[in-house]
Structures are given as structure tokens and as C-alpha cells.
Design a protein around this ligand. Structure first.
Ligand SMILES: [Zn+2]
Length: 177
């Protein structure tokens, strides 16, 4: 018994098995043989700077409500990773940003997430909390609430940005226009 329905035929007789020629267990519909693949979700976001400050958002929603994070969230269909990062900054902090370059790609295997994080710059300092934030702010490095960070990857990204700050950076290639 489970609550999974087949997206192809609507049947609830779903079986966990390794399809012929496959290597992983899948949910397979016993009625129409449709295989329900589950793959990692993509999270996009940015370490967003303004002068020497960092844009941080205090989460208004669970998980980790009340803790601080970077503007980031799930990529939508029909959206590029850059567009997604720009949208998330606006949704969470009404921040208008310019994508600078790719900072990091993290594989979070325990939560089946791929995080694609950019360095971005605020175009102007007009920010205010969006519906997913209790508070937003620009912080000097030493004033970031390091003991109230929502997710380990937020610390990774900020630290990686700092490590890279004085190095020559390379342009990361994306889809051709
Ligand atoms: Zn089916």
C-alpha cells in the first residue's frame, strides 16, 4: 500500500522493482508498465554582493524558518539557471541582480538536490522582504549571523566566494544564444 498514482493511467497499483535493463529500483505501474523515474531537483541561487556586503534572507517558511540563507530556490520548467537565480533574488528580497559568474555546483546526495550557485551583484540597494523572508539585509562578512545559518551549503558558498575573491576567475560556458 502506498499513495503513489501512475501519472500515465492513474492506477494506484505501483510496484517497486528493477525494470529490465535498468540498474535502480523504480516505481513501476502494474497496469500500464509506466516507469516513474525520480531524479534530483535543481536549486539555483547566488551569493549576492553589494560593495563589500552580502545579501542574506531570514527564512519565513520551513524548513529552517527563522534562520538565514542566500536567495535561492527550485528551478522552474522553461527557465535557465541564470533566470532562476534572478527570479529567486526578486521573490525573496525584491532584489534586482546582475549575474556575474558561476561560483559553485554542489551535489547534495542526501536530499537529492543539485545546487547551482552564482556570484551576483545587486543593481541598487532597494531590498525588502518577499513573502518567503521575514527579514532581508546586507551584511559585512563579519556581521553575517554565522551561528544562525539555515543550510550547510550557504556556508560553503559564502566561504568558496571568499576563497575565490582574489583569484583570477574563468568564464563558465552556458547554452549558446
Ligand atoms: Zn499506469
Amino acid at each position: 500500500m502506498n499513495n503513489i498514482f501512475c501519472p500515465n493511467c492513474g492506477s494506484d497499483s505501483i510496484e517497486k522493482k528493477i525494470p529490465e535493463g535498468d540498474t535502480h529500483y523504480r516505481n513501476v505501474c502494474s497496469s500500464c508498465n509506466h516507469i516513474i523515474y525520480e531524479n534530483p531537483k535543481v536549486v539555483v541561487g547566488s551569493v549576492c554582493t553589494y560593495k563589500n556586503q552580502f545579501l542574506m534572507c531570514k527564512r519565513a517558511i520551513d524548513p529552517q524558518k527563522g534562520l538565514w540563507t542566500l536567495p535561492a530556490g527550485y528551478l522552474e520548467n522553461d527557465e535557465s539557471v541564470e533566470e532562476g537565480a534572478i527570479r529567486e533574488a526578486f521573490e525573496e528580497a525584491y532584489a534586482k541582480i546582475k549575474i556575474n559568474n558561476l561560483l559553485a555546483v554542489y551535489s547534495l546526495k542526501n536530499v537529492n538536490q543539485i545546487q547551482v550557485l552564482f556570484h551576483s551583484e545587486l543593481i541598487d540597494e532597494n531590498i525588502k522582504p518577499g513573502t518567503e523572508s521575514l527579514e532581508v539585509g546586507l551584511f559585512n562578512w563579519e556581521n553575517i549571523y554565522w551561528d544562525k545559518i539555515a543550510f550547510p551549503s550557504v556556508i560553503w558558498a559564502l566561504t568558496n566566494f571568499k576563497e575565490r575573491q582574489n583569484l583570477d576567475t574563468f568564464r563558465v560556458f552556458t547554452n549558446p544564444i
